[in-house]
Ligand binder design. Structure first.
Ligand code: FAD
Ligand code: NAI
Length: 476
């Protein structure tokens, strides 16, 4: 006997579980199916984000930052710590506890919202006579579901280098990189993107010599050039070796080492010998096992499920959100799409503003941005004004002892509308929220400058940068 639902959500990552909750809040009868389980077969909803992404990486970033502060950072405050010991087992155990709390939290939310959760792999199984989609679940739970609407939120998985398989012991994806049992002496990273920089930072702080090989000729091309330059300078000072323009040729492993052969930016043949290698060169959408062909679901040439601006696929009442569709692979983008789709299904006007999705790198210093950067505006030929304010001139940053970086506000030269905000410095991940709100309301640099910001706070740096757009910063 099949079980009937208004909405079946496939995948319980941030896209899927949030879509399921919003649909249930709007009165729909909802099921959510997810295949992630631990070694004992226990369900672990939350997807990449909760299990091997956002949450565990931030837990380890926090522990490693505490360790580095205890070793180096307290001295200037007059605190002497005679011996600092690292218990890597405890780091990993704490990280696993944080993950488990999030898994349990999602199961609790499913119950609270009366969502039927199925643990297993879901696949399309054709259509029932009444036109509803049939979804087969295989795994811990085996079931046949039918649904009027299906939301696909199956996420993504790490991209491997051609011919170089992840063994998660020596050649690591993000999964293995979050679970290294002892600090490697030499750690190699291929790809100086978000994962490479965040996880490279974790292991550097804990004592590994980290070398990052980046294929592009420039560093961090996704960020504003000024921010990327500042970041490269600071990471170098911290001891993170980053080599750009590296063309990786092959990877060989022996019982103890991994050797990467590559051509450097000058075209010279090089080798890098390391104890462990993280490969973080992007992610690919997960569609395997969905049996999408059976219903004629369209993919694009890169394997993403094809959707329109409303996350509607080529099939009526089949939607797709998050990493499995175009756009940035970010948890908050997946969540926003999940909410919007649930609202559209319920006849409301779900909306996602793709121009105001913030990006954050949780390294030290943190980096965040929203909107356009200078390179993009130049390419578009738009006239703009820039205000920049260094944290060195911010009282709170000085009191914290964390004065690296700056805030840059870019505004339209004619209208003063904020077009982009770029931050490198303490708490950049939190500070960006104000910029997102201002841009959502199409605010001007002058609006930020006129808002009363508490003193002494880091947020005053955003206000000062906004005033700087018209060359009237007060403290710089
Ligand atoms: P996922 O989270 O990948 O979830 C998909 C779920 O669907 C999984 O549980 C999967 O098992 C399940 N599934 C797949 N196929 C099926 C099937 N056929 N049947 C049933 N279930 C299925 N983003 C941020 O915004 N901030 C961060 O700080 C951040 N840090 C990250 C750190 C790392 C190391 C990594 C790897 C990623 C990070 N991300 C971060 C990206 C973020 O994790 C993803 O953008 C987000 O998880 C995407 O959500 P999703 O719901 O689309 O897919
Ligand atoms: P990424 O796209 O951020 O970076 C990949 C890097 O690898 C790029 O700089 C690229 O030029 C480089 N590269 C690609 N192929 C290469 C090759 N063959 N040799 C050398 N360099 C190569 O991808 P990453 O770091 O794997 O992360 C995947 C996704 O996960 C990101 O796109 C991001 O959306 C998400 N994520 C988000 C985080 C956050 O929001 N803080 C943290 C971690 C991941």
């Amino acid at each position: 006997m099949s079980k009937e639902f208004d909405v079946v959500v496939i995948g319980a990552g941030p896209g899927g579980y949030v879509a399921a909750i919003r649909a249930a809040q709007l009165g729909k009868k909802v099921a959510c199916v997810d295949s992630w389980v631990d070694e004992s077969g226990k369900p672990k909803p939350g997807g990449t984000c909760t299990n091997v992404g956002c949450i565990p990486s931030k837990a380890l970033l926090q522990s490693s930052e505490h360790y580095e502060h205890a070793k180096e950072g307290f001295k200037e405050h007059g605190i002497e710590v005679s011996s600092v010991k690292m218990k890597i087992d405890q780091f990993l155990a704490r990280k696993n506890t944080v993950v488990q709390q999030n898994n349990d939290g999602i199961l609790f939310l499913f119950k609270k919202n009366k969502i039927d959760f199925f643990s297993g792999r879901a696949s399309f199984d054709g259509k029932a006579d009444n036109g509803r989609y049939k979804i087969a679940v295989e795994g811990k739970d085996n079931a046949e579901l039918t649904a009027e609407h299906v939301i696909i939120a199956t996420g993504s998985e790490p991209r491997a280098l051609p011919g170089v398989e992840f063994d998660e012991k020596q050649i690591l994806s993000n999964t293995g990189a979050l679970d290294i049992p002892a600090v490697p002496k030499r750690l190699g990273v291929i790809g100086a993107g978000v994962i490479g920089l965040e996880l490279g930072s974790v292991w550097r702080r804990l004592g590994a010599e980290v070398t990052v090989l980046e294929g592009m000729p420039k560093f961090l091309t996704v960020a504003d050039e000024g921010v990327a330059k500042e970041a490269a300078k600071i990471y170098k000072k911290q001891g993170l070796e980053i080599e750009v323009g590296a063309k990786v040729g092959g990877v060989k492993k022996t019982a103890k080492h991994v050797t990467v052969s590559y051509e450097n930016a000058k075209g010279e043949a090089q080798t890098l010998e390391v104890d462990k290698l993280i490969v973080s060169i992007g992610r690919v959408p997960t569609t395997e096992g969905l049996n999408a062909e059976s219903v004629g679901l369209k993919m694009d040439e890169r394997g993403f499920i094809e959707v329109d601006d409303n996350c509607q696929t080529n099939l009526a009442n089949v939607w797709a959100v998050g990493d499995v569709v175009r756009g940035p692979m970010l948890a908050h983008k997946a969540e926003s799409e999940g909410v919007a789709v649930a609202e559209r299904i319920a006849g409301e006007h779900g909306q996602v503003n793709y121009n105001t999705i913030p990006s954050v790198l949780y390294t030290s210093p943190e980096i965040s941005w929203v909107g356009k950067n200078e390179q993009q505006l130049k390419e578009e030929g738009r006239k703009y004004k820039v205000g920049q304010f260094p944290f060195l001139a911010n009282g709170r940053a000085r009191a914290l002892g964390d004065t690296n970086g700056f805030v840059k506000v870019i505004a339209c030269a004619d209208t003063d509308e904020v077009l982009g905000v770029h931050i490198i410095g303490p708490q950049a991940s939190e500070l960006i929220a104000e910029a997102v709100a201002i841009m959502e309301f199409k605010g001007a640099a002058e609006d930020i400058g006129r808002i009363c910001h508490a003193h002494p706070t880091l947020s005053e740096a955003l206000k000062e940068a906004a005033l700087g757009v018209d060359k009237r910063s007060v403290n710089f």
